[in-house]
Design a protein around this ligand. Structure first.
Ligand SMILES: [Zn+2]
Length: 184
């Protein structure tokens, strides 16, 4: 009888402590929400330019990939090994395409992501031979690369991009003097 009473008392004391600990643990768990990119969604208004106009604004390498659907040589681009924190925009029109928190080392020599910043910002087209799925910028139609089904979780996708199609902007970290005011 006495043992049971002790057990009840211990339970009554331990349980709230346990729940409190679990609650504070949950608060400390990092959120999955991205702190890079704006999540700006493609509005549906396309950018249409002639070949001559694109040649004026793009470098020859950019034109070859973005407008002629070429592929840069593996391990030659500027972003395959870039692990900086920030956002990748379309090099042709500036639409937000990928964020660094979905980038992974695929070992292919091309910048690889498991999902776009905003799904609507990329358009997927099956190649004429049905072998691969091409990824284009939804706004300007620029060729970005291809998407494969051998990527990591949570999506299992590998967006294999050309560095030359992307324009990376490093995230600006708040400086130490830039502290938030006390309280909430
Ligand atoms: Zn674009």
């Amino acid at each position: 009888m006495q043992l049971r009473q002790i057990a009840v008392w211990v339970g009554a004391l331990v349980l709230p402590v346990l729940l409190f600990a679990m609650g504070s643990f949950a608060q400390k768990t990092p959120t999955t929400k991205s702190d890079v990119g704006t999540g700006e969604k493609y509005t549906g208004k396309k950018i249409v330019k002639s070949e001559a106009e694109w040649r004026k604004t793009l470098t020859p390498d950019q034109f070859y990939v973005l407008r002629d659907a070429g592929t840069e040589r593996a391990f030659t681009g500027k972003y395959w090994h870039n692990m900086d924190h920030g956002t990748y925009y379309c090099a042709a029109c500036g639409l937000e395409l990928f964020t660094s928190d979905t980038k992974f080392d695929s070992g292919t020599g091309w910048p690889s992501f498991f999902k776009p910043a905003v799904q609507a910002n990329v358009t997927l087209l099956t190649d004429p031979d049905g072998q691969r799925v091409e990824v284009r910028c939804s706004r300007c139609g620029g060729h970005l690369g291809h998407v494969f089904d051998d990527g990591p979780q949570p999506t299992g996708k590998r967006y294999c991009m050309n560095s030359v199609s992307l324009d990376f902007k490093k995230a600006v970290k708040p400086s130490k003097t830039d502290k938030k005011p006390a309280g909430k």
